[in-house]
Design a protein around this ligand. Sequence first.
Ligand code: HEM
Length: 453
Amino acid sequence: MHEKYGEVVRIGPNTVAFSNPEAIPTVYTARTGFPKSAFYATLQAYAPKGGNLQAIFNTQDDDMHKRLKTPIAPLFTPANVPSFEGRVDEVLECLREKLDEKFIENSEVFNLGQWLQFFAFDVMGTLTFSKRYGFLETGKDVGGMLGTIVDFMRSSAPLTQIPWLDWALRKNRIGDAFQRRFGVQASLGILGFVGRAIREKQGTMSNGENKDTGDKYGRGKDFLTRYIELQQNDPEVPPWAVTAWTFSNVIAGSDSVGSLMRTTMFNLLVYPHTLEKLYDELRSANLSHPFPKYSEVRNLPYLDACVQEGIRMHPPFALPFERVVPKGGVTILEHYLPAGTAVGGSPYVVNRHKGMFGEDAEFWRPERWLEKDEMHKKKLEQAMLTFGAGRRICLGRHVGILEIKKLIPFLILNYDIRIVDPEKFELENSWFFFQRGLYARIQKRPKAAGNQS
Ligand code: HEM
């Protein structure tokens, strides 16, 4: 639509999308006053007693956002994120065991994409609850949780465009009773899971059995322990905040990370010269074996370029991130929009803006991140919308990047991976940008030289 009608396109009765990253600072401001639209209310879970469950990600209310975000923001800073590294290693160990056990000997073709998703979910389970969900152990969607999240996103996607219909169907007692009766409200399954995990943890914490002191294994405390402690130590924080925070981890922080891992692996595999270049960089960096440390890989230039390019190419959330134009209206890209208009950019579109990213913006080319100076790289980073922008930018992005920068070097250094049929890789954008069918074969590489950890 943007190719046909220009950089600002009216895509609904009251909704406008933009394609040029120049509009980002105007729409996604650092201050309050440009709130999220009703799009986000459709992503809130509903309970007949409490009404809509506001989470940091989907609340439209600036004050509520501040109340929810301020207490936990320090957990997500770049300085604090490495405290979660030990837990990621724990899950990498499990992935290694399963890959070696199942797929090496007979060169079996397997769904690497699905295993990356299992990995991302088991990492978030471990970071949040100190427990893997068991996806890697079983090689299956245990308890149907992955399917439930897919259903949640897929059923929400059309409703994000018609918020009143969401209200009529799901956000009232009658609609809710119907959904419960027929088991079609996917968010309930996730809420149920989160509720059980919280009760379990509160139980072990109150009778002194919670072993998650965070130091015995050299690992930081899990998120849930930290959330409960924060809530207990601050009377201003409502008790339901723990559920809201935990729900955000599960919904916002698992599939999204898995999706970026898949994008990066897929493109490395279909552009083998970039894979070779990355392999060379990793080999000459003398990394710890078998799990490189975050401090060793965090600033490797080509790895970083590949991760940024993955973030650019396939944003896991891919509809315009809608905001409501405040009183007085606003002008973006020379178009005046009156107050009350919903306006947003889709990261898929904005991240491919040729003026910003180059004529070959449709293609995978990590080199674009390295060809000019640091300032230019920063400018490109700020021109992407994958994590959103401004005051509502993704809180967990440093956690996600840590996971990705741990996983990719581990896979590439330890395995020779071949994609089987790139044509089988399929995409479906239902608000969440799903991928299916990354089939591969792997072999173990001869043991890489490096530091044994
Ligand atoms: C690495 C992959 C990830 C991607 C691509 C991603 C993407 C996003 C996007 C697009 C937004 C909101 C933008 C908007 O609506 O304007 C967001 C917000 C958020 N994300 Fe992430 N996310 C990722 C990982 C995570 C992780 C690992 C966590 C938690 C552990 C997390 C927690 C959150 C939270 C709490 C918010 C709400 C922030 C706010 O409104 O202030 N995300 N994320």
